[in-house]
Write a protein that binds this ligand. Structure first.
Ligand code: SME
Length: 157
C-alpha cells in the first residue's frame, strides 16, 4: 500500500472500531494502536485530555510520556491555546517543545474541538524530521472529525 492507501485504511479501521464498540476508552485505546499500525515512522501516538486547564495523558502507543502538560506549554499546549493544528517539521526549532522522548524529531498535533469546546489533542511524534505531510494532516483532521461525530468526550474528561 502507498501512503494514502494506508491512511485510507486507517480511517476504515477507525470506523469499524467505533461502530463495533460503545465504550469510549476501549475505542480510543484501540485507535492509538490503529494509528501506530497504519502509519510508518511514528515513535509516539496518543491523546492528552484537557482536565481543568491542564492536559493529562490518555491512551497512547510509545514510550512512557509526560503525565501532565501545563497550560500553553509545548506543542500540545500551543494547539489548545490557538485551536489550530500544529505541524512542526523540526521540534528543536519550536520554542518550548516538551521532549518526552528524545527520539522525537517532528510532531503533528490535532486539537479536539467539539461544539466550540476543546477536549484535548491527538499527538503524533516521529523520529524523522519533516516527517508529516499535508496529506497526513488532512487525514488526521478527518480522523478527529470522525471521533467527534461519535464520541462524547465529556465521559472521558
Ligand atoms: N512534545 C509534546 C509533549 C508530549 S510528547 O510528545 C508525547 C509537546 O511539546 O507538547
Amino acid at each position: 500500500m502507498n501512503d494514502e492507501e494506508k491512511l485510507r485504511y486507517m480511517i476504515v479501521l477507525a470506523k469499524s472500531q467505533i461502530s463495533s464498540e460503545k465504550d469510549t476508552l476501549a475505542n480510543i485505546s484501540n485507535l492509538t494502536a490503529i494509528i501506530k499500525a497504519c502509519v510508518d515512522n511514528l515513535n509516539w501516538a496518543g491523546f492528552y485530555f484537557l482536565r481543568g486547564d491542564e492536559l493529562v495523558l490518555g491512551p497512547f502507543q510509545g514510550l512512557p510520556a509526560c503525565n501532565r502538560i501545563l497550560p500553553e506549554k509545548g506543542v500540545c499546549g500551543h494547539a489548545v491555546k490557538t485551536g489550530q493544528v500544529q505541524m512542526v517539521p523540526d521540534v528543536d526549532l519550536f520554542p518550548g517543545h516538551i521532549a518526552c522522548d528524545d527520539a522525537s524529531k517532528s510532531e503533528l498535533v490535532i486539537p479536539i474541538i467539539k461544539e466550540g469546546r476543546t477536549y484535548g489533542v491527538l499527538d503524533l511524534d516521529s523520529p524523522r524530521r519533516e516527517r508529516f505531510t499535508d496529506l497526513e494532516r488532512d487525514y488526521f483532521v478527518k480522523l478527529v472529525d470522525l471521533l467527534n461525530e461519535s464520541i462524547d468526550w465529556k465521559k472521558i474528561i
